[in-house]
Design a protein around this ligand. Structure first.
Ligand code: X8Z
Ligand code: ZN
Length: 630
């Protein structure tokens, strides 16, 4: 995720998100974000003027000093977070807690330091930097007292509880990383339920729930001090438009894709019911959450054997191809790099290979959730993932390298612009690239025999494979932050955390828990991004954007066949045009970046809908006699 995965804003995180860069500094160019509260500006090392007579030159000095301090701090913090994430111990927890608290204090001081310039007319880029400094903080703390330290202690505890949780399977201590694979391969419903349930008990839910409530109190107070009504408004203020407009955007985009999800849900429910019997999965209503091949029911590709389309054409299983070819984790990352270099981008630096963590160490506890890092805002880029040799991680490798290539592309921008156009762009780069993992591409890299390329009778099957991943994910991505926004707004009280979580899971995804939830359950905390405070709207936006990128790239490449067969592997023109967008970083409002590559200024679900249109038609027919919905 960001530099030390989310620079400034992530500063308040115990462990940051997933991609590196001066993350969360990507707010609006114009002053749509509320002006910082004009409370006593806290003295900054940058020593901005505090009176009403500030000048543009004062603002420039403030920004220059701020960016210097930020860049230095980010590198220092990145190294500490890196060591913690690679070696979770009491000592590294203490270090991370300390640097998180320092980071929060620094970020809030900087945000407050913009206050004297709130009414000053500034050039667009300077105003943009000022806005980013305020709206780009993920978890602010109020100034004074021990708020920043308390916040850091809480977030570190939640983060470690998540990453160190284990459960016993067949008398063997099993990590989440191993469980994730088992959720995709085990077909015994009882064992699935046990793993699903035990994982939710392994994260110390009672403690985490209490921590979460305390964290929300502190961060909301911090957000209010910075002039926002609450943390939800602050998170939604990072998209170059007012928070309420952004929220309406999400509704609009979800409305575009929801009908396709409903058809997919209906079809998969039917297949699950036929496979397991109606006593395990009813033919109507919601789907039992542990049957979908994923610990969070967020991606269903692992159950393609149950839910795939049985079309005439022979298809292939990417996991099998990787295993048969003898790929190891390192080979997977090399294959990923080769894709980017085929687009004309430079190879990864030698240090990437020396410093990245690519497989799960057996002798210590690490943060296994995949991430990409930019330690020094120059060339010290790395990934850290406990790679398994399977189709899912093949895509994840491309995803992480996308973060790294973006970071490298914008490294010449000023520190406060070293970020994605918005956070959804950062998540979309590598996923866009992975959309080019087509049968023809697999032939080109010798993973698939040329005469094993499935003919067009397999098209629906190929589309279904991808839909199980991309379409199944959409409601999950929306509900994650729906839950958090409501918690931040005080609409969900701590005692209702888990019930409200399941209401949203029911409503958006149409899934239900396989076992009654105990009173002290905190199921939201069993997902990385909640225990680690990584906003999730970014992934929903990314899933919309990556299909817009793909549509554009394939047009550029002159592709005339069905979109899902299009690969831009080896296309340097597409690579150059894409890199131009990436080089902009966060220097311009995101519609400018989007326009630079796609020619449009709007996020639009019609690209993903067009991509899956043949599948939609097929599913509507298949489901015609079914009672869809829940
Ligand atoms: O967290 C990630 C990446 C790192 S930014 C591995 N993803 C989300 C998730 O795992 O929940 C990628 C897709 C969604
Ligand atoms: Zn990511």
């Amino acid at each position: 995720m960001s530099k030390w995965k989310y620079g400034v804003a992530a500063i308040a995180l115990a462990v940051a998100g997933c991609s590196g860069g001066a993350e969360n500094t990507d707010a609006a160019a114009n002053d749509q974000a509320p002006a910082p509260a004009m409370n006593e500006p806290v003295a900054s090392t940058s020593e901005p003027a505090t009176g009403a007579d500030v000048t543009v030159a004062d603002a420039q000095t403030f920004l220059t000093n701020t960016e210097t301090e930020l860049a230095e701090f980010n590198e220092y913090a990145s190294r500490i977070f890196w060591v913690y994430s690679n070696f979770i111990t009491t000592d590294t927890e203490a270090l991370v807690s300390r640097v998180s608290a320092d980071g929060t204090e620094m970020a809030v001081r900087m945000a407050v330091g913009t206050a004297p310039f709130a009414d000053l007319e500034l050039p667009q880029d300077m105003r943009r930097k000022m806005t980013n400094l305020t709206a780009g903080i993920t978890l602010p703390a109020p100034t004074g007292g021990t708020y920043a330290q308390d916040l850091a202690e809480i977030t570190t505890r939640m983060s470690s509880a998540y990453s160190t949780g284990t459960i016993e399977v067949d008398d063997t201590e099993t990590t989440l990383n191993e469980l994730e694979v088992l959720m995709g391969t085990v077909r015994d419903p009882e064992i699935l339920t046990t793993m699903w349930n035990d994982w939710r008990a392994a994260i110390q839910p009672a403690q985490m729930s209490q921590d979460y409530a305390a964290m929300v109190d502190i961060a909301n107070a911090g957000a209010r001090e910075l002039g926002f009504s609450d943390l939800a408004e602050m998170w939604l203020s990072n998209y170059d438009m007012p928070a309420d407009e952004m929220e309406a955007e999400v509704e609009r985009l979800w409305g575009q894709v929801a009908p396709l999800y409903e058809q997919l849900h209906c079809s998969v429910r039917g297949d699950l019911s036929a496979t397991y019997g109606a006593d395990v999965q009813a033919e109507t209503g919601m789907i039992r959450a542990d049957l979908l091949g994923n610990m969070w029911a967020q991606g269903w590709a692992p159950i393609r054997d149950i839910a795939g389309v049985e079309s005439g054409g022979e298809s292939y299983d990417l996991t099998e191809l990787l295993v048969e070819a003898g790929f190891d984790a390192h080979d997977m990352v090399e294959a990923g790099e080769r894709f980017y270099t085929s687009l004309g981008l430079a190879p990864l630096p030698e240090t990437f290979w020396e410093r990245s963590l690519i497989t799960r160490p057996r002798d210590r506890t690490v943060v296994c959730h995949a991430s990409a890092w930019d330690i020094d805002a120059r060339d010290d880029i790395r990934i850290k993932m406990c790679t398994n040799v399977n189709a899912e991680d093949f895509r994840t490798v491309h995803h992480e390298l996308g973060h790294n290539y973006y970071q490298r592309a914008y490294q010449d921008q000023d520190t406060l612009f070293q970020n994605g156009a918005h956070d959804g762009f950062h998540e979309a780069i590598g996923d866009f690239v992975a959309l080019s993992v087509t049968p023809e591409y697999l032939v080109q890299i010798d993973l698939l025999d040329a005469n094993a390329v499935p003919d067009e009778s397999a098209d629906l099957g190929l589309l279904m494979d991808l839909a199980l991943d991309k379409i199944a994910f959409l409601p999950f991505a929306v509900m994650m932050d729906q839950w958090r926004w409501r918690v931040f707004r005080g609409e969900i009280a701590p005692e209702d955390y888990n019930t409200a979580w399941w209401e949203l899971r029911n409503q958006y995804q149409g899934v239900y828990p396989p076992v009654d939830r105990p009173a002290d359950a905190f199921d939201p905390g069993a997902k990385y991004h909640i225990a680690n405070n990584v906003p999730y709207l970014r992934y929903f936006l990314s899933y919309i954007l990556q299909f817009q990128f793909q549509q554009t790239a394939c047009e550029m490449a002159g592709w005339e066949g069905p979109l899902h067969r299009c690969t831009v592997y080896g296309n340097e023109e597409v690579g150059a045009r894409f890199n131009e967008m990436m080089e902009m970083g966060a220097s311009q409002p995101w519609p400018d970046a989007l326009e630079a590559f796609t020619g449009t200024r709007e996020m639009d679900g019609s690209a993903i809908i067009a991509y899956f249109q043949p599948l939609m038609t097929y599913l509507e027919e298949e489901n015609a006699d079914r009672d869809c919905g829940w």
